[in-house]
Design a protein around this ligand. Structure first.
Ligand code: URA
Length: 308
């Protein structure tokens, strides 16, 4: 039998189990690698499954982002489902027809639709409470995370737990607040676990795939100038690219003409108090600010740099 990294890792885990170890702590890099293996394995099994749907095949996200004037509602609406919205290989099987009207009307429609979104409900692996989005739809900057957790489910608002506090700090350092940006998640329901209390889990590729049409249509409605994908789940789901956050961050990706900056999830910064990791996220934010034409002070430029 050939030894692949996966088989060696399994072997290592088996040996830990045999020694009675029930917990192992993983670095964010290791988590990224595991996520990538998982997504790749799932993709492979779908590709070999005769019943797998042909689409989607993934996943395998000089101005300030302050409010902008709302575009005038059109009298004769364009066809609502934008085929350009989805990269060819990731067209969802379920089409969504947005109604005529204002941005708020369209978002309300998506919110109502998400509430009873059959592709997600049918999985039976997500909890019942739908958590949609928060912030200002008339913004130029959209931030997308993975899925609600315990606190988000209770308050029905994305990023209100500890990761949310960290996100608020990041926004503040950028000179922004939650009500100046639009914050959403790629999955709208908290992924369920047996005997679940406050513990959370990351969504599976199936759960992401089921919810993908909702977030893609939110993007279509908001039309942000910039998207920040918070963490690997959002990045892989939105971009349909395989890779770890470390391999995807540090540059701009393209989602149908919208630049997407991938960075570490705020919860990563909660686990790693290392200024070097904070600096990496901050460099992504500086790049976003510069690309959007936001003012950047010398003080901001120097955050989390090692002291001389
Ligand atoms: N993590 C996320 O990705 N989204 C939330 O809303 C909360 C935590």
């Amino acid at each position: 039998m050939t030894s692949t990294p996966n088989s060696l890792f399994r072997h290592y885990l088996d040996s830990l189990i045999q020694r009675g170890t029930t917990r192992a702590s993983l670095t964010e890099e290791a988590r990224d690698v595991l996520r990538t293996w998982y997504v790749t394995a799932k993709k492979g099994s779908r590709a070999h499954s005769p019943s797998s749907p042909s689409s989607p095949s993934s996943p395998s996200s000089p101005s300030s982002p302050s409010p902008r004037p709302e575009p005038q509602p059109t009298k004769t609406p364009p066809p609502s489902t934008n085929p350009e919205l989805f990269p060819e290989e990731r067209k969802p099987s379920s089409s969504i027809t947005l109604p005529e009207g204002t941005m708020e009307d369209k978002l309300q429609y998506l919110r109502d639709l998400a509430q009873n979104w059959k592709p997600a409900r049918d999985l039976n692996s997500l909890r019942d409470t739908m958590v949609f989005a928060t912030g200002n739809p008339h913004t130029q900057l959209m931030l997308i995370g993975e899925a609600p957790g315990y606190y988000e489910e209770v308050q029905r608002e994305p990023f209100v737990g500890r990761a949310g506090e960290k996100l608020n700090q990041i926004l503040k350092a950028m000179g922004l607040s939650r009500d100046m940006v639009y914050i959403s998640n790629i999955v709208k329901f908290r992924p369920s676990l047996p005997n679940q209390r406050t513990n959370n889990r990351a969504p599976t590729p199936e759960e992401i795939e089921a919810c993908l049409p909702i977030i893609m249509h939110e993007i279509q409605v908001i039309q942000p100038k910039m998207i920040i994908a918070l963490g690997g789940t959002a990045a892989v789901g939105l971009l349909g690219e395989q890779g770890s956050v470390s391999s995807m961050r540090g540059r701009f990706h393209d989602l149908n003409g919208i630049p997407v900056r991938v960075t570490y999830h705020p919860s990563y910064l909660l686990r790693s108090d290392n200024p070097r990791e904070k600096r990496k996220v901050w460099e992504d934010m500086l790049a976003v600010m510069e690309r959007m034409g936001m003012p950047v002070s010398e003080k901001q430029r120097g955050y989390f740099l090692p002291r001389e």
